[in-house]
Design a protein around this ligand. Sequence first.
Ligand code: NAP
Length: 242
Amino acid sequence: MKRILLLGGVTEALAIARTLGPQHIYSLAGVGRVPTDLTCQVRVGGFGGADGLAQFIHDQSIGLLLDATHPYAAQISQNAATAAQLTGIPCWALRRPAWQPQTGDDWREVSDWAELIEALEPFRRPLFTLGREPLQHLHEIPPEQFWTLRALDVYPGNQRCEVIGARGPFLINDERELFERKQIDVLISKNSGSTATEPKLEVARERGVPVLVLKRPVLVGVDREFGSVGDLVIALSASDLS
Ligand code: NAP
């Protein structure tokens, strides 16, 4: 029986973890909630790069690495692929499909913060849903803009920025109310592909609000890639892992 090391980072990872027995390990970076009701083992915190992860795989006799981290968490995905190669074990990954623009959408892709700031110039009341990165730029907000910034936790804002701490899933009516209350004229988002955060895109569409989409990083290829938890779990049960 192969021992699995599951690298978590998205909601779906928890669903996979719930299918794993006590010999397997679910690993979290430590930025989100740590579940306490799982049958499998749970560990929290970094490994110390690809070499540290390879050492952990060796020490724990791991036979399969499952990468279910966020599509923008490129470092850990790279580390996973490298560590699997170093230790000679397979690496499988859950690669959540990206959202696709629909009729009526005005999406503008940006590659980095500099491009984002340039694209933001014509707007006055942006809603940032990128996580914590904009917090480093609060002192750069132009006088004509007021930012609304949504992150997992509340952080101090300033006179030109309100920070909202909230965790998905987000409901469409709450998103409608937020866009209306804050008079949002542009949405800034990663393309996470998550159903939990998708309603904001629907509201942007309804209101004709443009969306500045931060490009997805190109992730390293691994032995097998799955677009859904269901496909991955089927492949696990069809393999000789348990
Ligand atoms: P990252 O840049 O790819 O990874 C940074 C470091 O965090 C990794 O090198 C690793 O440390 C540690 N790490 C990441 N995932 C881990 C895991 N499952 N178990 C143990 N260590 C882990 O990732 P990030 O963008 O900072 O995101 C951190 C975590 O939050 C990831 O698990 C990611 O899936 C999740 N997340 C990210 C986003 C996002 O937008 N980036 C959104 C939602 C959730 P060592 O090198 O020391 O091993």
